[in-house]
Design a protein around this ligand. Structure first.
Ligand code: NDP
Ligand code: HSE
Length: 421
């Protein structure tokens, strides 16, 4: 039986889940894949975490050299999070000929070029299934199962924390801050939850996913990003009245040869399959020219779902005779990316409740070619809350129209702009 030594870097949420699966599934993996996965070293500074999992103290270390110098360790799986020391440890491991498995999308999206170079140098494998969409096997689907296609779009809910928050706000009327605390307790949220709620985590994942889809490096600075921190229960409730569900979406599209990549909250029709994706579940909808639509769905965060993806990569790496690296072009310029996009919009504003205000707003919109589809107004105490549903227009035009509208004397505030898919 082939025996493969593994090192685990970190024993937090993902590391803990991975450890438990490697232990509980050890014999099943031997039987199904013919490989004996042996945990030979764990790098973790918090001994209490190791004790809670019943880890043999002899496996623990805080020194990466204990991993690099062990020739029996063939695979290094990382779940520290953050850029350093994760990046340096993984590059050293790759150069030493050890394959790596990582859940760290921030580091992977920022350092994929360096990691790939080190993997080529060390003739080692680079596996990152757990970096995107938790336990959902989207990376393997893109790299191993869709080669017969040119992929022209990917759209999905790729962050468990924000989907959990939006679901609880919509279904149970809970407040944002309370639900965020619950998502942290359940191990879904990043160490700094701003990474989730401000859309950074989705942006990192979209960079990785769209690079795989379009075979061109999609760097973070080419992705439009907006999070959910300004979303209020009011907007969620208004959306419901129009038949919409609010989701944080990651969207990558190839239109006329240009890549459009964006992360933002969006209203989707309740009949859209993504509307029924709730809680920490995620889903991605991929469109290929030959297969048409492919939808993948499952838990996007948490210890065991993410550990499942890590263990899958460990086993996959362990049974390869030769590691295949994914191909994409690094030679990209501004010309490869769209600088604007179009959408329909929901715009909520607060205005003075007096004659002629609507006409002034319509005129400001009209100046930029922004056309109103419908208007709803609710007036109280001399103020009115107005919801405009806007026909498809360019983002740039909508933003100019909103800025001009906000400068009108009778407009108190433009409160929310949400794209409608
Ligand atoms: P945790 O904070 O729960 O775990 C990280 C662990 O690594 C902690 O125990 C931490 O110890 C330890 N650690 C960090 N740096 C070092 C170091 N230099 N030396 C020794 N130990 C170290 O994070 P998660 O498990 O939630 O996330 C880990 C990674 O996985 C992140 O990149 C995250 O984005 C990604 N991920 C997380 C998912 C989830 O559902 N939570 C899902 C998919 C990916 P200490 O506490 O002492 O700092
Ligand atoms: N914080 C991330 C999320 C973890 O909520 O989706 C999974 O990548």
């Amino acid at each position: 039986m082939k025996k493969v030594g593994v090192a685990l870097l970190g024993l937090g949420t993902v590391g803990g889940g991975t450890y438990r699966i490697l232990k509980s599934m050890h014999d099943d993996i031997m039987a199904s894949d013919g490989v004996d996965i042996e945990i030979r070293r764990i790098i973790e500074r918090d001994v209490a975490k190791a004790e809670a999992l019943g880890v043999d103290p002899a496996l623990l270390s805080t020194d990466i050299n204990d991993v690099i110098s062990d020739p029996e360790i063939k695979i290094v799986a990382e779940f520290f999070g953050g850029i350093e020391p994760a990046r340096s440890f993984l590059i050293a491991s790759l150069k030493a000929g050890k394959s790596i498995v990582t859940a760290n999308k921030e580091m992977f999206s920022k350092c994929m070029e360096d990691l790939k170079a080190a993997a080529i140098e060390g003739n080692a494998g680079l596996y990152f299934e757990a970096s995107c969409v938790g336990g959902v096997p989207v990376i393997r689907a893109l790299t191993e199962s869709m080669q017969g296609n040119r992929i022209d779009s990917i759209m999905g809910i790729v962050n468990g924390t924000t989907n959990y928050i939006l679901t609880k706000m919509a279904d149970e009327g809970l407040e944002y801050a309370d639900v965020l605390k619950e998502a942290q307790r359940l191990g879904y949220a990043e160490a700094n939850p701003s990474a989730d709620v401000d859309g950074f985590d989705s942006m990192y994942k979209l960079s990785i996913l769209s690079t795989l889809c379009f075979r061109k490096h999609v760097p973070l600075d080419k992705i439009y990003r907006e999070g959910i921190s300004k979303i209020s229960k009011t907007d969620i409730e208004y959306g419901k009245r129009f038949g919409y569900t609010l989701k944080l979406l990651a969207i990558g599209k190839l239109t006329h040869g240009k890549i459009e990549a964006r992360v933002h909250p969006a209203f989707i029709l309740n009949s859209n399959p993504l509307a029924s994706v709730k809680g920490s579940f995620n889903a991605v909808l991929i469109h290929g020219n030959n297969v048409d639509d492919v939808m993948l769905y499952g838990r996007g965060a948490g210890d065991l779902p993410t550990g499942s993806a890590i263990v899958s990569d460990i086993v996959y790496a362990a049974v390869q005779d030769k590691h295949k690296l994914f191909n994409y072009s690094s030679d990209v310029s501004d010309e490869d990316f769209a600088d604007d996009f179009t959408s329909e919009y929901y715009v909520r504003m607060t205005v003075k409740d007096k004659a002629g205000v609507l006409a002034k707003i319509a005129a400001a919109f009209g100046k930029y070619g922004v056309s109103i589809n419908s208007v709803q107004q609710q007036a109280e105490d001399g103020k009115a809350s107005i919801i405009f549903m806007i026909h498809r227009t360019s983002e740039a035009a909508l933003k100019k129209a909103a800025t001009e509208t906000e400068s009108l004397n009778d407009v108190i505030s433009v409160d929310t702009i949400i794209r409608v898919i």
